[in-house]
Design a binder for this molecule. Sequence first.
Ligand code: XMP
Length: 516
Amino acid sequence: MNLFKKQGVLILDFGSQYTQLIARRVREQHVYSEILQPNVKVSDIVERNPSAIILSGGPSSVFGKSAPEFDISILDLGIPILGICYGLQLLVHHSGGKVESTGKGEYGFAKLNIQSYDSLFNAVSERTQVWMSHMDHVTHVPEHWSVLAESENGIIASLCHDKNKWYATQFHPEVIHTIEGEQILQNFLFNVSECSPTWTSGNFIKEQVEQIQKQVGDGQVLVGVSGGVDSSVVAALLHKAIGEQSSAVLIDHGLLRKNEANLCVHALKDGLGVKIQSFNESNVFLPKLNGISDPEKKRKIIGEQFIRSFESISDKLGDFSFLAQGTLYPDVIESGVSHGKTAHVIKSHHNVGGLPDDIDFELVEPLRELFKDEVRNVGRELGLPDSLIDRHPFPGPGLAVRIIGKITEERIQILQNADQIYMEILHDEGIYHEIWQAFAVLIPIKTVGVMGDQRTYENLCGIRAVTSHDGMTADWYRMPEHVMARISSEIVNSVRGINRVVYDITSKPPGTIEWE
Ligand code: XMP
């Protein structure tokens, strides 16, 4: 393991909904972090040589039967430990203290009464606000432990061991509602522990270039590019590592945004010199979608044709032993494949369309250790333009799931035109980056309007914009009125075939982000 990872943090995941957030917060301090299952062997921990360990929160009770297994000899390694919420209760429980459920939990905001500012609370304000989410709490402090802070509710909020570098917080320093959570984590990483802030995009690129060169030798690598940020960063990284040995392909199914394929190819080819070709396969995809209005059928047809097109193009292009793709760390965590241990698994959820499990390539997945925001930083460092890096997510089946009902070339064009105007206005108004995802939808209903002295009978266009952190839940974006007015007026005035615009005010749940 490289030096810049060695002085990092291992996070044992006891099932908290915030575990990934802990990992991201640590990495925001440029310290490498890795999430492991709680039953990880002590030898695996020693091998990684971490500078600190964090025990996450979790839904269990330390005295419950279903409490996750955890090898307590980890406590003997002499590595600084921070226990968060359930992690605090574990440390206290194993040190001979008492954790109980007294029927008095704490959920939401709380103020702290800090008793010691020496270590974890160095430079933290008096009565700082933190975020609590627990039912059980410490009722008896173990021997050799001292309380560092209590909540305003009189519940122990933080404590530390007198000799070992074991610290614990009942609140969650990783969530933004803990106002000085960043300071508290910094104190743990750099004052209590000796973590090293070497996890940077530059170091990551240097390491990956070496790894890719080692993995592929003189083999040829095919890179599937979708137009989105992840696959573009993979293509740029491969180009940097092995130059002409990598060939990127972009399969245009005819359902991309207007000019999207061109923009992506231009940025990679002309901007960075990446060997990339775009294949317009719309004449193969669109006839297959003719007359189909069922959303699942659309997805299936596109997914299957994508595989066929990909296979035939790769056969023609050369003899490839490797396929590079943009799998990210959250996919790796969710698929349960521990880092560097098991054979790589191709997930059915794939950012260039669901490739089958039995394809005859060895995978190159240089982004397996990164979160999305880190991919963006690496992309910037590699010289990709902001227009590509900061782009909203775009679904694999593309506009097919935004043209409700049947897909025709005319309807694709109408939607592309409306969508382009919408995106331009969001950029022009400076609000594109406040929004997680925005798009136009073509609804299969015609309504009556009047333009000039003429009666019109044209299509209805839906406008969607949502805020979100990960796409799992989302809220509709409170679009300023003057922007809504501008979008409506410019679309109706400039796009032939649309005479009415509506704004979608549904959150997820109960809605989904896409309409199909
Ligand atoms: P929903 O509509 O399920 O979407 O709320 C959540 C996020 O996933 C994207 N999405 C897809 N991405 N292939 C993809 O690559 C798909 O089939 C697909 N369907 C939805 C959607 O755009 C949103 O970001």
